[in-house]
Design a protein around this ligand. Structure first.
Ligand code: NI
Length: 212
């Protein structure tokens, strides 16, 4: 199966309608749940669809494997060079600190979104957060432990969110500002999208740490 083809998990409430719409637009090539992701992206704004090449259960498994695997790997990095930075870029400690800040800010969003119909959240001053907390002065193992524990809690939090809160279409949102992969203001967004986007952001910064 070509890489561009993904199995799409269709939402319970609107899946049938979406499936019919996609068929009428020629985006469904074969099978009930197989659509060409590229066609879908053109037809449907990114926030509307789950970026659903994996089910939410599979996503949760990947989330857990990412945190547990990265924790082990982070511990193998020499503590002495984790505070080094070149060209004004963040050190490994600062990148991990930024991920702790991301966890703290998204913790608020993931919980609050369950009690409101919108996804309007403020951003935060990322550079200043990292700067002011002096992550380079903290022990590397402590930062790893905090990052790991916070994310395992977030994993728990997002695994117990009711499906209707996860998949509800939110017409008011600020994901054009705060998301890693932004969603246009004119397109509705879901909490599930924001949660998946959180892991994309996390993996992006882990890759930076590995490349150092
Ligand atoms: Ni970032």
């Amino acid at each position: 199966m070509p890489r561009a083809w993904r199995a799409v998990r269709l939402g319970r409430n609107w899946g049938t309608r979406l499936d019919a719409d996609l068929k009428s637009r020629g985006a469904v090539h074969s099978g009930l749940n197989e659509v060409c992701a590229k066609s879908v992206q053109k037809i449907w704004p990114s926030g509307l669809l789950f970026r659903a090449h994996m089910t939410y259960q599979e996503f949760l498994r990947e989330f857990e494997e990412t945190i547990r695997g990265a924790s082990v790997r982070l511990e193998t990095l020499g503590a002495e060079d984790t505070a080094n930075s070149t060209n004004g870029e963040w050190s490994r400690k600062q990148i991990l600190g930024h991920l702790i800040d991301s966890a703290a800010n998204n913790h608020q969003r993931f919980v609050r979104a369950q009690f409101t119909d919108d996804l309007v959240f403020g951003g935060y001053e990322q550079e200043q957060w990292v700067d002011s907390q002096k992550y380079n002065d903290e022990p590397w193992p402590d930062l790893i432990a905090l990052w790991r524990a916070y994310n395992l809690h977030l994993l728990h939090v997002v695994s117990v969110i009711p499906e209707n809160a996860l998949t509800q279409q939110r017409h008011k949102h600020s994901l054009d500002q705060i998301a890693f992969k932004t969603v246009e203001q004119s397109a509705p967004a879901t909490l599930e999208y924001l949660i998946r986007d959180y892991l994309d952001h996390l993996k992006h910064h882990l890759d930076q740490i590995w490349r150092r």
